[in-house]
Design a protein around this ligand. Structure first.
Ligand code: 2RA
Length: 339
């Protein structure tokens, strides 16, 4: 009796994680369709004791589908998202294609579930909901509980982003390069056209006329939309680092009203989807490895910003799994709100 679900881009890193999360959370689907490009069609996928064959994505794929989880790149979402909606499906899109459209909810379930505007399976019509960018999700899972207590006037974010954000091939290349460099060989540089192992570099997205890259402007714009606050000042520097699948982010706040570090720590300890790892005595704070394959984001280094007056400033450090909470888990949690 549950919804019929389609997974678009099922053979990619996020597509595979959609299946893991659907299974882990016992999502009550009635049926499930595995959809991908012509190149991947025909592949077999074992899922929950059933054998599936990957079908080539076409408009007709969405006939009778209630929920379609998309993670196949912006061009596939642009072409097939509206076709799925026309056929009555509710699309949860992990690409950036529709995030900034005024009529498209941009949702982190723990942060702004009301943005879903009552969209439900069985409403008799399709809809499109956008999954925020991974670095936005991970940042705002920690920043929003603080913002709700004391309005954030300005947020400065520095990200340390994992290979997984650039796809499974980038993860494989990081591993390959590491072996090659350690063996004294010339590293294979197909994905980023530069050595990634034992290196870091400015995020690989395009650099815009204002000097920011697309990833940084996503954080700026998506934060304003999710917080419904066009005035919050956000700036970001996004860096790709040689880590497999979890992002790390340093976040600095300027609050409208004082928010001391102990209060901030208590707020974060009680925040949904957040764990606090903040042990100064043993210098134990969040790391990408420890949050990998986990649902929660981890926050630490919670401290008063000594460059600001009183308790108007705060610094924190956040880590979160890019493929899970940064993409697949968030999308499935949105799907759960549709039931
Ligand atoms: C990245 N946020 O990490 C992008 C992928 N969604 O490159």
């Amino acid at each position: 009796t549950g919804p019929s679900v389609a997974v678009v881009g099922v053979t990619g890193a996020v597509g595979q994680e959609f299946l893991s999360v659907l299974s882990d959370r016992d999502f009550p689907y009635r049926s499930i369709k595995m959809l991908a490009s012509k190149r991947s069609a025909g592949q077999r996928i074992a899922f929950q004791d059933q054998n599936y064959v990957v079908e080539e994505l076409t408009a007709e794929s969405f006939n009778g589908v209630d929920i379609a989880l998309f993670s196949a790149g912006g061009s596939i979402s642009k072409e097939f998202g509206p076709l799925a909606v026309d056929r009555g499906a509710i699309v949860v899109d992990n690409s950036s294609a529709f995030r900034m459209h005024d009529d498209v909810p941009l949702v982190i379930p723990e942060v702004n579930p009301d943005a879903m505007k009552g969209i439900k399976v069985g409403n008799g019509k399709g809809a499109l909901i956008a999954n925020p960018n991974c670095s936005t999700i991970i940042c705002l899972m920690a920043a929003t509980p603080l913002h709700r207590r004391s309005t954030v006037l300005r947020m400065v974010v520095s990200t340390y982003q994992a290979a997984s954000g650039a796809g499974a091939a980038a993860m494989r290349e990081l591993e390959l390069q590491t072996h090659e460099v350690l063996a004294g060989k010339k590293p294979t540089c197909n994905i980023f056209q530069r050595q990634y192992a034992f290196n870091l570099f400015s995020h690989n997205s395009s650099v815009l006329p204002n000097g920011y890259n697309e990833e940084e402007m996503k954080l700026v714009k998506e934060t304003r939309k999710i917080w419904n606050d066009p005035n919050v000042k956000v700036t970001a520097t996004c860096i790709r680092v040689p880590v497999m699948r979890a992002h790390a982010e340093s976040v600095n706040f300027q609050f409208e009203n004082p928010l001391d570090e102990d209060t901030a720590r208590d707020i974060l300890k009680n925040a949904p989807g957040v764990v606090v790892i903040d042990d100064r005595a043993s210098n134990n704070f969040p790391t990408p490895l420890e949050v990998s394959n986990k649902d929660d984001v981890a926050v630490g280094r919670i401290r008063r910003d000594v460059s600001q007056e009183g308790d108007y400033g705060l610094d924190i450090f956040v880590c979160g799994d890019q493929i899970r909470k940064g993409a697949a888990l968030n999308a499935v949690q949105i799907a759960e709100l549709l039931l």
